[in-house]
Ligand binder design. Sequence first.
Ligand code: FMN
Length: 295
Amino acid sequence: MNEGPVIDENRCNTCGKCIEVCPKDSLTIIDGKITHLSGDCILCSHCYAVCPMEAISFDVELLRNSAFYTFSPDERQKQSISAQDFAAFAMSRRSIRKYRDTPVATEILRDLVEFATTAPSGSNCQNWEFTVIPDRNKVLKLAQNIREFFEKLNAIVRNPFIRYISVLFAGTALIRYYRDHFASVELGLEEAEKGRDLLFHGAPALIIVHSNMEGSLPHEDGQYAAYNIALMAHAMGLGTCFIGYASETLNRSRKIKASVNIPQKNRVLAVLAVGYPDVTYQRFAMRKNYRMNFV
Ligand SMILES: Cc1cc2nc3c(=O)[nH]c(=O)nc-3n(C[C@H](O)[C@H](O)[C@H](O)COP(=O)(O)O)c2cc1C
């Protein structure tokens, strides 16, 4: 298998555009021909994407073009969106906490994952994996497992003696949990008893982004992939919500991780509730003031 770009000499006009965009300087001109210096290609395929002569390809075992079931992006339109339209689109995405019962079609869930993988990644590692939970009953099963985890945790943390003694062997983790989350988890558990789903907000599907953490910046990669899902879902008329409580629990409980077939060595980077929103927002949400320095 060729480990890098394959250059078709019959098509190549040696314009050198591929050399200019290669992040690894692994393309050069030797004897008047564009040549790939072996060994250092990160498979970003920028050379392929920039070539005006369609002279560059990659082994199909290594790279493929993204393909979707429910839409087909036209690369000639790639820069046609205005800043105003893009801002309005991105700013109208909301974390949705009320979903209709309508299931999300498998093709749509597949397309969301496919689009996730078009996100940038450190050194182009693309070292992400996805677990899709496509129906409400399975979402409820995971919610129940997570609920049991928190019931046990709250039973421990409720005891002030255990909270303070835990500092000796677990640092301030339990004290911070008690301060920041205990009360809202307690409420979530009470509401769950009444059949209300404050964890996944009634979502009919979940997408879990995880990684074996062998990439160069796996946390960032996973977050960008997950945000791509959130944006594309919004474009499809779907809503999403990042569920931090679920990510945390999956990372802390081997049993719960096993229940959704996520390898134990993988770290969960994002859990996204996905479904059709049962709420309509009339305007953009506001944002906090922030600090910005030009130096
Ligand atoms: C890492 C992360 C974890 C989150 N965890 C939860 C969660 O567990 N439950 C929830 O309802 N919302 C969760 N959210 C949603 C945030 O509360 C939401 O993004 C924020 O309030 C801003 O609202 P917006 O997304 O509509 O702009 C999370 C968001 C992020 C980025």
